[in-house]
Design a protein around this ligand. Structure first.
Ligand code: FAD
Length: 383
């Protein structure tokens, strides 16, 4: 069953998303494990795991290859008068997830849902058809973002333990103490939690001694990680609906949509977002600079009766396929849940995996799923 089928089934059966039920399980704050943990990666999963380990009094450090925390939560305050989320943008579950991530610590973050009568368009075979959005559960942050939430509520607890510019290249778990190596340093711990993007493991950027079990290696190599890109364009006039989705055949190849990125924000700016993942994203990820801008404006002029180019002000590109320590968007929505579960399985009681691609198989791909996987890994490793 794919993620989409699973979530659809939950809807049909009137069940809530699995996350809520799992996250509300009791928190074991008394840990039996008393060693040290190395977390690799300071994205949603790594930060969440550090936060929970700190609460349990377990020693940890986070090794992060880049110069900042957040990974695919990245956002910018430079483009508009509200935060522009360059990766994760929507809240795919209810706002109660915030306090589930903070383990009950109070959170004030404003989000907004969509209206059933918001305009929604479909672009298919050169024609645009309009409809109403109808039931749509995703929410947008208002003058905030997933990054801002983590920065305010999670990072203060873990910031002293993050080592930046620390790209892990090798892990030796053959002895009782695990050795984690970068090009210049060695770190030692009893347990290691990997939260690096799956593309990093697929590329073999981290070597393992001994090699990972064959079934794990197969799951890593067989999983599909979508490439992806987001582009934000400012226009002097709003000529587009809340969403314009492209019909993609087959559906499992990926997704392309233009959307009103300023929806619900306290702003007068007209910012249109392009979200593209999977095979159809390659039309955009293969271009750069003026060529990419011109391609998008031409496409928008075609869809919206020549209204884009005359009102274009500026644009901003985030190509996730080219980020050196990310290399893609996220694991396919259509991945097999059993493979996702296999990806999350621990190895030899020393290596643990958590992140958007390493979950229990009930949900994946999103920030909430990465945070939930981190909680499960922390529960497992701390005994
Ligand atoms: C275009 C796009 C749109 C998205 N939209 C949404 C959305 O609307 N809602 C939603 O919930 N989710 C969305 N997501 C998915 C969401 O961003 C991810 O699920 C989540 O941020 C992943 O968190 P993570 O901790 O698993 O991985 P990451 O955020 O990738 O963190 C992994 C970290 O590991 C670091 N790293 C890599 N290699 C090494 C190494 N060798 N050594 C040390 N560190 C290393 C990386 O630098 C990174 O900081 C979107 C993603 C993309 C790309």
């Amino acid at each position: 069953m794919t993620k989409r089928e699973f979530l659809k089934l939950c809807g049909i059966l009137g069940l809530s998303f699995p996350l809520q039920s799992v996250l509300s399980q009791s928190d074991k704050s008394e840990a039996s494990f008393s060693g040290e943990v190395i977390i690799i990666g300071a994205g949603a999963a790594g930060l969440s795991a550090g936060y929970l380990l700190a609460q349990r009094g377990i020693k940890f450090r986070i090794l992060e290859a880049s110069s900042n925390f957040g990974g695919r939560l990245k956002r910018t305050l430079e483009f508009a008068d509200f935060p522009i989320p360059l990766g994760a943008e929507w809240l795919h579950v209810g706002p109660e997830v915030f306090e589930e991530i903070t383990n009950g610590a109070p959170v004030t973050v404003k989000t907004i849902g969509y209206n059933a009568d918001d305009r929604y368009a479909v672009w298919e075979n050169g024609a645009l058809t309009f409809d109403e959005l109808g039931d749509y559960d995703d929410r947008k942050f208002v003058n905030s973002s997933w990054f801002d939430f983590f920065e305010e509520y999670v990072v203060p607890t873990v910031a002293p333990y993050i080592h930046y510019h620390t790209e892990v290249k090798a892990i030796d778990y053959s002895a009782e103490t695990v050795i984690v190596e970068t090009a210049t340093e060695r770190f030692f711990a009893e347990k290691v939690l990997l939260t690096v993007p799956l593309k990093i493991l697929q590329a073999g950027d981290i070597s393992f001694t001994p090699a990972l079990p064959q079934a794990k290696v197969k799951a890593i190599q067989d999983a599909t990680v979508w490439g992806g890109i987001k582009v934000f364009l400012e226009f002097s006039k709003k000529f587009y609906p809340s969403f314009t989705e492209f019909v993609i055949e087959p559906e499992s190849a990926g997704q392309v949509a233009y959307y009103d990125a300023a929806y619900g924000q306290e702003t007068n700016k007209h910012i249109l977002g392009l979200f593209a993942v999977g095979v159809p994203a390659e039309a955009y990820t293969s271009l750069t600079g003026d060529a990419l801008r011109d391609y998008i404006l031409e496409e928008l002029d075609m869809i919206f009766a020549q209204q884009a180019s005359p009102h274009y002000v500026k644009h901003l590109v985030q190509n996730w396929s080219q980020e050196p320590f990310i290399r893609g968007a996220y694991i396919s929505d259509y991945e097999d849940w059993k493979r996702v579960r296999k990806l999350s399985e621990s190895v030899a009681d020393k290596l643990y995996f958590a992140g958007e691609a390493y979950t229990s198989g009930e949900d994946w791909g999103g920030v909430h799923a990465a945070a939930e996987a981190a909680r499960e890994a922390v529960e497992e490793l701390s005994g």
